[in-house]
Design a protein around this ligand. Structure first.
Ligand code: NAP
Length: 295
């Protein structure tokens, strides 16, 4: 079978073009700018690289960043910063780069981000609303995966989908999103005893593990679609969580160049959406005030 690549770079480029136009219109309409606050704690080199990539992407589309590069910090100290940013009307979105150092209660910090500024969708409140099918930002990587599937018009309804991995930032939210799109979802994890069989039955396999080439090509059903979010470094090379499925899969995301670029583009898209919604909300409040004054 000839496999087709799901080109994350192309999808990301199209999202970025849309965001750039919306940022331009936002500035024209409101004479204001769009700003994302980014927070990094400690000196994890991978986190530094990711934040740099995200800041560069913001620049490409005209989003300003306010960067917090914090040394060793406490949960309480970080929460104070988040609360200040929540109150700051010049900040439209807040991104905390994960993982945070072990001494910090990561989820407690994510949960403090105001829902309207939680552009990475990592608070329990955002997750809950997303899972209930309500209006909230979904986590960037799973939302990006949905964008890739939609860009290639891949129908999800009734499909058997095996998600491997159940982390709060990736496996669980993508499973919930796919369920909301009427797929039949199996969520595997490290205690799953039948991984090979579950993968073998799936029309679509989503890999979200962080173990290089754990998912074998020989396990896949003919024509399966493979979405590989894995990002592992082996002998100086980047490899996914699945073996390259060329020849068996109908479509697959390459690593690199698949899920990664779309994750960043989704963050940008969520940030401009947050800014637009915040402005609409401000204007609505002003209208209500004027109405009450007139009465
Ligand atoms: P994580 O928090 O470490 O979670 C890994 C998940 O994999 C866990 O749920 C774990 O199960 C499961 N797992 C581990 N070994 C397994 C096995 N042998 N069989 C089945 N499941 C197994 O990782 P994560 O943050 O979700 O990230 C996963 C991968 O995605 C990493 O490679 C990461 O770099 C990549 N990632 C990429 C992007 C991007 O933008 N491209 C963004 C985020 C993450 P238990 O729950 O039972 O422990």
């Amino acid at each position: 079978m000839k496999s087709e690549i799901l080109d994350g770079k192309a999808v990301a480029k199209s999202i970025e073009n849309d965001v750039r136009n919306r940022v331009y219109n936002f500035e024209e309409n409101y004479n204001d700018k769009v700003t994302l606050a980014t927070i990094i704690v400690g000196d994890n080199p991978a986190s530094k690289t990711y934040i740099k990539m995200k800041s560069k992407a913001c620049k490409r589309v005209g989003i300003y960043t306010q960067e917090y590069i914090l040394p060793a910090f406490t949960t309480e100290g970080l929460i104070k910063i988040i609360e200040t940013l929540n109150q700051d009307p010049t900040i439209n979105g807040i991104l905390i780069q994960h993982p945070l150092p072990r001494n910090i209660d990561e989820q407690q910090c994510f949960d403090k981000i105001a829902i309207e500024k939680d552009v990475d969708g990592l608070s329990a409140h955002s997750f809950g609303k997303m899972a209930f099918g309500e209006d909230a930002f979904g986590a960037a990587t799973p939302t990006g995966i949905i964008k890739i599937l939609d860009s290639y018009h891949i129908n999800l309804e009734g499909k058997k989908i095996c998600v491997v991995g159940r982390s709060p930032i990736l496996g669980k939210p993508i499973a919930a999103m796919l369920l909301n799109r009427n797929a039949t979802v199996t969520n595997c994890h490290s205690k799953t005893k039948t991984l090979k069989d579950e993968v073998g039955q799936a029309d679509i396999v989503v890999c979200a593990v962080g173990k290089s080439e754990l998912i074998k090509k020989s396990w896949l059903k003919d024509g399966a679609i493979v979405i590989d979010a894995g990002y592992n470094f082996v002998n100086g090379k980047t490899v996914g969580d699945a073996e390259n499925p060329e020849g068996i899969a109908s479509f697959y995301t390459p690593v690199p160049g698949g899920v990664g670029p779309v994750t960043i583009a989704t963050l940008l898209s969520n940030t401009i959406t947050a800014a637009e919604k915040q402005k609409e909300m401000q204007m609505q409040k002003q209208k209500e005030k004027q109405y009450i004054r007139r009465k």
